[in-house]
Design a protein around this ligand. Structure first.
Ligand code: ATP
Ligand code: MG
Length: 253
């Protein structure tokens, strides 16, 4: 049975999509079958894997409004065993479609039920907001991974995110767990990054992954070549760090 993991933080630009794509691709390298689901209207997970997302009409949006089934919106990628449900700007209208609708929090959970057993992991790339999209992702998930940019304001806004996670646990999804906290864009040359990493470890303790993703130019270039890092720069530190994260997650490290 596939484990559904949301990758979330309502702060923008903290490495959610980079982690979604590269963790997915490295879990595949470890032999896992992965579905990556983009629930962010920006559609970056799909475009980062080479899909022309703005012209697609089989996306997370059609899935959530019940027009198409999960199987109908799953796209193959050039990576074997890595499938994707992409999104695009249409998803930003969902809040309006859902006005007055019953049990809207469970739309994603229910829509994924029929394909959950086909994958080892379903990773959900969340938007930088805490509205109906993130709530749907958290209600569908067994766990949530938080990515934090290793900079001064890393912990800012975290209490809101933790409050939403508690709300979801209390109201809709009591089994939701904290999968782990990932430090990204780490620059070891700065004292500040080290101090932030210490603060995060003091706060989240053993929930922080041993693997820290460094700031690495190849990681930021890879999406424009429509490739995960293990294809774009397989021997670089970016690929190594996401491989090590994948190993940590499947318990091989
Ligand atoms: P959003 O909230 O807008 O969805 P996000 O949290 O998904 O953003 P990303 O898109 O993954 O964040 O990353 C933001 C920017 O930082 C992107 O340009 C990305 O290429 C770059 N980036 C992400 N991780 C790294 C890294 N480890 N080293 C260098 N650049 C990175
Ligand atoms: Mg993103």
């Amino acid at each position: 049975m596939g484990k559904i993991v949301s990758i979330s933080n309502q702060k923008g630009g903290v490495g959610k999509t980079t982690t979604a794509i590269n963790l997915a691709s490295n879990l595949v390298e470890l032999g896992k079958k992965i579905l990556l689901l983009d629930i962010d209207p920006q559609g970056n997970s799909g475009s980062g894997l080479g899909l022309e997302v703005q012209s697609l009409n089989k996306t997370t949006y059609e899935l959530l409004i019940g027009e198409l089934s999960a199987r109908e919106v799953i796209h193959k990628t050039f990576v074997d065993r890595l499938d994707i449900i992409p999104s695009n700007i249409n998803l930003s209208g969902l809040e309006v479609d859902f006005l007055g609708i019953d049990k809207k929090e469970f739309k994603l959970r229910d829509a994924l039920a029929s394909v959950k057993q086909d994958y080892d992991y379903i990773l959900i790339d969340c938007p930088p907001s805490l509205g109906v999209l993130t709530i749907n992702a958290l209600c569908a998930s067994q766990s949530v991974m938080i990515t934090l940019q290793t900079e001064y304001f890393a912990l800012e806004g975290l209490s809101q995110l933790m409050r939403i996670i508690s709300l979801v646990q209390n109201q809709w999804n009591p089994g939701l767990e904290l999968e782990g906290v990932l430090l990204t864009m780490y620059d070891k040359r700065t004292n500040l990054a080290n101090q932030v990493a210490d603060d995060v470890r003091n706060f989240f303790k053993e929930k922080v992954y041993q693997t820290i993703i460094p700031r690495n130019i190849k990681l930021s270039e890879a999406p424009s070549f429509a490739k995960p890092i293990n294809y774009y720069d397989p021997d670089g530190v970016g690929a190594k760090s996401y491989r090590s994260l994948a190993e940590e997650i499947v318990g091989m490290s």
